[in-house]
Design a protein around this ligand. Sequence first.
Ligand SMILES: CC(C)(COP(=O)(O)OP(=O)(O)OC[C@H]1O[C@@H](n2cnc3c(N)ncnc32)[C@H](O)[C@@H]1OP(=O)(O)O)[C@@H](O)C(=O)NCCC(=O)NCCS
Length: 323
Amino acid sequence: MKILNWVSATLDHAVPLAALFRRAEASTPVGLDQRPESVHLRLATLGPDLARNTLVGVADDGAVAAYAEVADMGEADGVRRLRLTAVAHPELPADVRTELHRWLIERADQLRRAGGTAQAAVLGTRCAENDGAGHRLLIEDGFSLARHERDLVLAVPELPPAVEVPPGLVLESVDERYEELARLAHNEAYAESTAAVRPDQRSWPQHAITHPRFLPDLSCLLLAEVSRPDNPVAAFLFALADDDADEPIAVLHCLGTRPPWRRRGLATAMIVRALHQARSSSFRRLRLQVSDTNEPALALYRRLGFAESGRGYAVLMRQLTAD
Ligand SMILES: CC(C)(COP(=O)(O)OP(=O)(O)OC[C@H]1O[C@@H](n2cnc3c(N)ncnc32)[C@H](O)[C@@H]1OP(=O)(O)O)[C@@H](O)C(=O)NCCC(=O)NCCS
């Protein structure tokens, strides 16, 4: 197999790209979407940058066999965050991966220069734990390991433990009345996390309740009953359906407790409630991803019985600074 043609991606590539992602995930998993609808959403999210920030390699047999994408994740403190994705069909020669990588770095540098005030950029990319060649390519080009993302699973027990909510709090379904307060609670809970996305008002609905795979029954808020001057949303859990799995799996997409409410069993109560809801729906497993640097979350999940699925990946980063 070899690449004959390089083109920009269009939304019409969602179906062949989903096939490529599925093939790549089977050998070097990095958590890529594998359903055409999910890939369509991913491409659509790039908006007007889709053509400029993507590269699709068409092989001699007509199949889409390589893909590169730079996604602009926004600017913080004058530093632009760019997510790089490179996917090559396992039957392609190794130099295709190098070619994709070079294109990504060049495109990322163009974006950094076009960024006005942003003179520096941080590049982040995923690499499968078993992808030794990909890892070497990144390290040789100045990337370093930032963290490992663990993929954890838990079988839903027949009789989940009772949900125990601490006094003064009430578990509620996610309600649009609390949309902005839930966003503020989310961003406060994730304030210390360098890896987390902190959505603005525009991107928040898509992050959670209008996400096409949002699961309202498994998602919840924990609200302080007594009206307090501050945000009543003490904790939140947003769950999504895992469309890529062969069996029904619910993904704990984001979950957090605002700092003043921590270590009182709130996260545990929300996950146990999700187990009950999963049991009464068709879900038989819960899944989530957690960074190996997030010790509180790892301790929480371990205590609840979550175990590694083997589909974790590494995240590598590199600074791209002005010459
Ligand atoms: C991780 C997080 C959700 C835990 O929320 P929480 O409501 O404090 O969790 P719980 O009170 O239910 O904790 C249950 C158990 O988890 C473990 N745990 C939770 N936080 C811990 C910490 N900081 N250090 C060590 N163990 C911790 C403990 O075993 C704890 O039981 P204990 O308090 O009886 O010792 C919260 O710290 C948070 O919002 N972090 C930032 C957002 C985030 O990382 N979310 C998860 C992304 S994958």
